[in-house]
Design a protein around this ligand. Structure first.
Ligand code: PMP
Length: 394
């Protein structure tokens, strides 16, 4: 029977890692995979997480199952981190999930339970896994216009125009901050306009927030999600701790739902618990416990915030440096958008041929849609990338 299985296309980003590894040039730069790397190319364990790990190790007396939604303390700290006081706590339900990916999958499942005819609207482009999961689940997927490839900014008019097609009971997936793969983001005001449209249409917003703290700051990055929560009667939030706590392999995510009233929240919670039950029973706990430990201890929280801010500022510094280098080399402001983009990624608007040329001539490894991971750079490698872009992109 297994002979019936069809071959799976290899993952483009993972293929890129292999290609880069095999490249023997000392000047090669890996801008492919979406993990944060420090100036030495390492993805460190954050100090607060290491301390929390020791505390958990010493304090934990059992490894018995938690609850279907995970440890309720984790849901509470995530609610406070992402939503703060934008919505009353008794309207919020939460489940721990294996990573942000798990939260997104459960969000789609929950939407389908609520409306089997739902179409899910995703930005063009979006994180490819959004589309892949929807396709696998057989859920209808419509794209809304988002990125203007010419200016490398958001085409908000086109976005609003395509969202006119949203119907009551559809789901609209928005990136809460640090849009992946483009790096181009809506302003807070634009988020408000989109929220009004979603409310008017009677659709359900799903905010995917995987990079809180990587853009303009922890609070600033959560502001759009909080604005939506304050404006909309109900919404879903899929949060990932992989990047901002550096706990990638622990698989720490959280699906939160804001119900219309406190009275309807227990039913929402029960449905979310059920979705965990049928998918994997109890969600992973260790990584979630590390995050809870950090966020429940003021000293550890302060330590984590300082380190996260260093990470954020280092990426912003690299953006500014790259934009400056490109301004000098191209004698134009064409690449200024790199300094305006936020988060780990920027899509720079190069053609697949230009991306290939950068790889072959300069050892620059970026995804063929010209998404690059800013964290793959350091101040000494920026000039080499600037030269590659200036010489390869028309
Ligand atoms: N959403 C977006 C936009 C992402 O970029 C990612 C990670 N690449 C995720 C969700 C999921 O993150 P994880 O499952 O690793 O927590």
């Amino acid at each position: 029977m297994l002979n019936n299985l069809k071959p799976q296309a290899p993952d483009a980003i993972l293929q890129l890692i292999t290609l880069c590894r095999e490249d023997t040039r000392a000047t090669k730069i890996d801008l492919g995979v979406g993990v944060y790397k420090d100036g030495t190319g390492n993805t460190p364990v954050m100090k607060a997480i290491r301390t929390a790990g020791k505390q958990v190790w010493d304090a934990e007396t059992t490894k018995v199952y938690t609850n279907l939604p995970g440890d309720p303390a984790f849901g509470n700290v995530m609610r406070d981190l992402v939503l703060a006081d934008s919505v009353s706590a008794d309207r919020v339900s939460a489940i721990a999930t294996p990573g942000g990916t798990g939260a997104i999958r459960q969000a789609f499942e929950l939407g389908r339970q609520a409306n089997p005819d739902m179409t899910v609207w995703t930005s063009n482009p979006t994180w490819p896994n959004h589309v892949a999961i929807l396709k696998f689940m057989g859920l209808p997927n419509s794209e809304y216009a988002y990125f203007d490839a010419e200016s490398c900014t958001v085409d908000f008019d086109a976005m609003m125009d395509s969202l006119k097609g949203v119907k009551a009971g559809d789901m609209v997936l928005l990136h809460g901050c640090c849009h992946n793969p483009t790096g181009a983001n809506l302003t807070l005001e634009q988020f408000g306009i989109v929220a009004d449209l979603i409310a008017e249409k009677g659709a359900l917003a799903l905010v995917d927030i995987a990079y809180q703290g990587f853009g303009d700051g922890l609070e600033e990055d959560a502001a759009p999600t909080r604005l939506l929560a304050s404006k909309l009667p109900e919404m879903l939030i899929a949060a990932s701790c992989s990047k901002n706590f550096g706990v990638y392999r622990e698989r720490v995510g959280c699906l939160m739902a804001v119900s219309e009233t406190a009275a309807s929240a227990p039913t929402t919670q029960a449905n979310m618990n059920y979705l965990n039950r049928i998918a994997f029973s109890f969600p992973p706990d260790h990584g979630a416990r590390l995050v809870t430990t950090v966020l429940s201890d003021p000293a550890l929280t302060a330590d984590w915030k300082t380190e996260l801010e260093d990470v954020r500022l280092s990426m912003l510094g690299l953006r500014t440096q790259l934009a400056d280098e490109l301004r000098q080399r191209t004698n134009s402001d064409r690449f200024d958008f790199i300094a305006e983009h936020r988060g780990m990624f920027s899509r720079i608007g190069a053609t697949p041929e230009e991306v290939l040329k950068m790889r072959e001539d300069f050892g620059i490894y970026m995804v063929s849609d010209s998404r690059m991971n800013i964290a793959g750079l350091n101040p000494t490698t920026v000039p080499h990338l600037a030269e590659a872009i200036a010489k390869s992109c028309k």
